[in-house]
Write a protein that binds this ligand. Structure first.
Ligand code: KPL
Length: 307
């Protein structure tokens, strides 16, 4: 199958590698240095997965790009622009978001519509991935741990079922969930509890298993839980706490995506995580002191997203 992975960072490159190894014709769209390194030496994956593969690579999409399906793995703040470029290059087809944060669905619809797709929601599938993957350097990533991959469609759509069978076919265990927005919220809560703490203290995920960072992480989890519940997605606290520690154990040796961005001097996804949680919380009259404090600290440190 001909596949485009748009956003060849750590996650996009890993999915592209698995699909290419299984014989799919993969085009990875990414940044110049990564593209050049892969053209020269192939894409190297180490860790719990080891392989070197040679997918096709490009820095942008050509008009009339042929692809059966598209996997979107750009940072949340690049979603709308990326989707506009995709829609300008090809007619409507299944597109899966494997991204962090809230607001990606709306940004995808805006971008795809802006690029000319008329009812993009029917083509969009959402994915929730709890894997630890690190971008080591150009052409080289580490797969540190695998949690789960949950996919789902929005009302009326069928795209996620096609992605689920694609991934199962290449040996990536995938669950299909009828209420994917609930799964997105659960992941957002987990990311709000892990990513900002690791980026602020420059530590691996596993450091959050012990105090004092464990306490900070649980406080952030509780605040995000309150907001999720006010938004109509209530979760039993013990269930999310168990999931938080399960993800921390499975990805203990991993640098969270936010820490990786912070160390590379890139903008982080703090606005699509704690920032959106704070906005929604304030609309519900909720006080979120831990989230507010860490949001301000990380916003003060980060460069502005490129426009
Ligand atoms: O999603 C992640 C991320 O880093 O963004 C986790 C699951 C926390 C793995 O690090």
């Amino acid at each position: 199958m001909r596949l485009v992975v748009f956003g060849a960072g750590a996650v996009g490159s890993l999915f592209g590698a698995h699909l290419a190894r299984a014989g799919h014709d993969v085009l990875l769209v990414g940044r110049k240095e990564h593209v050049k390194a892969i053209e020269r030496d192939g894409l190297k994956v180490e860790g719990i997965t080891n392989m070197t593969v040679r997918p096709r690579v490009a820095e942008s999409l050509r008009p009339g790009e042929r692809a059966t399906m598209v996997i979107l793995t750009v940072k949340s703040y690049d979603t709308s622009d990326a989707c506009k470029a995709i829609a300008r290059s090809m007619s409507p087809r299944p597109i899966l978001s494997l991204q962090n944060g809230l607001g990606n669905l709306e940004a995808m619809e805006e971008g795809l519509q802006g690029g000319g797709w008329s009812t993009p929601r029917l083509n969009i599938a959402l994915g929730v991935l709890n894997w630890g993957v690190t971008y080591l350097n150009a052409g080289h990533i580490r797969h540190a741990g695998s949690g789960s991959l949950v996919l789902g469609d929005l009302s009326g759509g069928r795209a996620a079922k096609r992605f689920a069978s694609l991934f199962e076919g290449v040996g990536i265990p995938t669950q299909y969930n009828d209420d994917v927005l609930r799964a997105v919220w659960k992941k957002v809560i987990i990311n709000c509890a892990i990513n900002p703490v690791t980026a602020d203290h420059k530590v691996l995920n596993g450091e959050l298993l012990t105090d004092p960072l464990r306490g900070q992480s649980v406080s952030l989890m509780r605040e995000a839980l309150e907001v999720a519940s006010a938004e109509g997605y209530p979760f039993p606290e013990h269930e999310v706490e168990e999931e938080l520690f399960r993800v921390l154990r499975l990805t203990a040796e991993n640098r969270s995506s936010m820490l990786q961005d912070a160390l590379r001097g890139k903008p982080t996804e703090i606005e699509a995580l704690s920032g959106v949680v704070l906005q929604l919380g304030s609309a519900h009259g909720l006080k979120l002191p831990h989230t507010e404090r860490i949001f301000k600290r990380l916003m003060a440190k980060q460069p502005k997203p490129p426009k």
